[in-house]
Design a protein around this ligand. Structure first.
Ligand SMILES: NC(=O)c1ccc[n+]([C@@H]2O[C@H](COP(=O)([O-])OP(=O)(O)OC[C@H]3O[C@@H](n4cnc5c(N)ncnc54)[C@H](OP(=O)(O)O)[C@@H]3O)[C@@H](O)[C@H]2O)c1
Length: 414
């Protein structure tokens, strides 16, 4: 069937010749396979060669003779450097930076952690709704920044805003002392419950807290960056940023957006009927933004944290159905510490990974979920996918058993 389809797409003359070649080489299946492998290798070789030429031309700003003057070692070094975020030149906006995962990320940033390549950003703006919490976080961060650097290190700002409200996001960007270079959208939170108990307002609140809070901030910064890129191009006729978001010499630092989704957007379970759809929306947003940002050199990361020990999780646990708690514990184990999640998050962001997952469970679930994700392809994960798929019935059995056990008493004896 496959053979017929491939041959049908070729011109009749080519088709005849190809078929004759295959026949003359031998009629056994092994011979045909060998010819097909040779053809494929040849095509891959041509594609690799063309890709190398196009890369070198691009490195030399389109001038082939310049490209030849750059040694391969320099090229590899430059590529590695450009693929990572140079935090030292950045103004970072961190929504949800006053506690939980956001605050841990902020601490690592201002102390120039190894996960950030040993660099601390020039400026950091943390955002939350509660001003007192923000001030406390700001004091902690300033002390850490001073410890790291006698001259004060990172300049920390605290801005109170509800980022699920368009007017407040607009004000946040208007009042920013300098444009942002990296935006990390950590604001959010879960409200689990039984589906029938949610009100329309609950659904809307979960979308606002998780999706709007990320979408509005990402949209505001996209507007700014896209306009800046076009204006700069018109003014200076500078080459536009690399589509992969690499900052080339003389260009502004990385323009990178980080969205926090959740493991519940890879495996939605009982009790998350309002939260999981909002986090799925964040996941879809990230996938769209990869394409939207490409012409302007804007890159995107989407992170999928598991249960993490934060004040947010403590609040979430108060009203969490027992089934949800048991299912989470049975499949993902005890919560991760916020510091562990922040370290892995920052490592992924510094490398501009599109798909950021946590721990072995996260890796395997990520491999199962990547599917049509626009970036982050790995051959290993693609090969793992069908094998991992075989484990899904086991988890379904586990969840169904817990659900049956916890709901049995509702129906009584038959
Ligand atoms: N912890 C987990 O188990 C877990 C698992 C998966 C995903 N996540 C996601 O990871 C992110 C951080 O979670 P977390 O557990 O660290 O949360 P957290 O401890 O509750 O902290 C949330 C932070 O976001 C801020 N925030 C919330 N809504 C906001 C809004 N509308 N505008 C501005 N700031 C807002 C909060 O400050 P104010 O309250 O002062 O506004 C706080 O600084 C969230 O997006 C969450 O959904 C968490």
């Amino acid at each position: 069937m496959f053979r017929v389809n491939v041959l049908a797409s070729l011109a009749p003359r080519w088709r005849r010749e190809l078929w004759e070649t295959v026949r003359s080489t031998g009629t056994s299946a092994m011979h045909r396979l060998g010819v097909a492998a040779l053809l494929l290798t040849f095509l891959l070789g041509v594609a690799t060669f063309l890709a190398m030429i196009s890369y070198w031309r691009q490195e030399a700003g389109g001038n082939w003779s310049d490209a030849r003057n750059v040694s391969v070692r320099d090229r590899v070094r430059r590529l590695r450097r450009q693929r990572r975020i140079d935090w030292s030149a950045c103004h970072v906006l961190l929504t949800g930076g006053s506690r939980g995962i956001g605050l841990e990320v902020a601490k690592l940033l201002v102390s120039g952690a190894r996960e950030a390549g040993g660099m601390a950003p020039a400026r950091l703006t943390i955002v939350g709704r509660n001003m007192q919490r923000l001030e406390e976080a700001k004091t902690t961060l300033e002390l850490l920044a001073q410890d790291r650097c006698q001259s004060g290190g990172t300049v920390v700002h605290a801005a109170a805003a509800d980022v699920s409200q368009p007017a407040e996001v607009e004000r946040l960007f208007r009042e920013a002392p300098r444009p942002f270079d990296v935006v990390i959208c950590c604001a959010g939170g879960a409200r689990p419950g039984h589906f029938e108990a949610f009100t329309a307002q609950d659904f809307s609140d979960q979308m606002a807290q998780n999706f709007y809070s990320a979408a509005l901030v990402a949209q505001a910064v996209f507007r700014q960056w896209k306009q800046d890129t076009l204006e700069q191009w018109q003014r200076e006729r500078r080459p536009k940023p690399d589509a992969s978001g690499r900052a080339t010499d003389g260009q502004p630092p990385a323009r990178h957006v980080v969205l926090l989704s959740s493991m519940a957007a890879m495996a939605a379970i009982y009790g998350y009927a309002a939260y999981a759809p909002a986090k799925y929306a964040v996941r879809a947003l990230g996938e769209c933004l990869v394409y939207e940002g490409r012409p302007y050199g804007i890159t995107v990361s989407v992170a999928y944290p598991p249960d993490t020990d934060t004040p947010g999780l403590a609040e979430e646990n108060v009203g969490k159905p027992l089934i949800t708690r048991r299912c989470s514990e049975a499949s993902a184990g005890p919560p991760f510490s916020a510091a562990r999640v922040a370290r892995a998050l920052l490592r992924g962001v510094t490398r501009k990974q599109f798909w950021i997952v946590f721990g072995l469970d996260g890796y395997l679930l990520g491999a199962l979920n990547e599917g049509f994700a626009p970036r982050g392809f790995s051959l290993c994960k693609a090969l793992l996918m069908p094998i991992l798929r075989c484990s899904v019935p086991f988890y379904m059995y586990l969840y169904n058993r817990i659900i049956d056990q916890e709901t049995e008493h509702l129906f009584g004896e038959r």
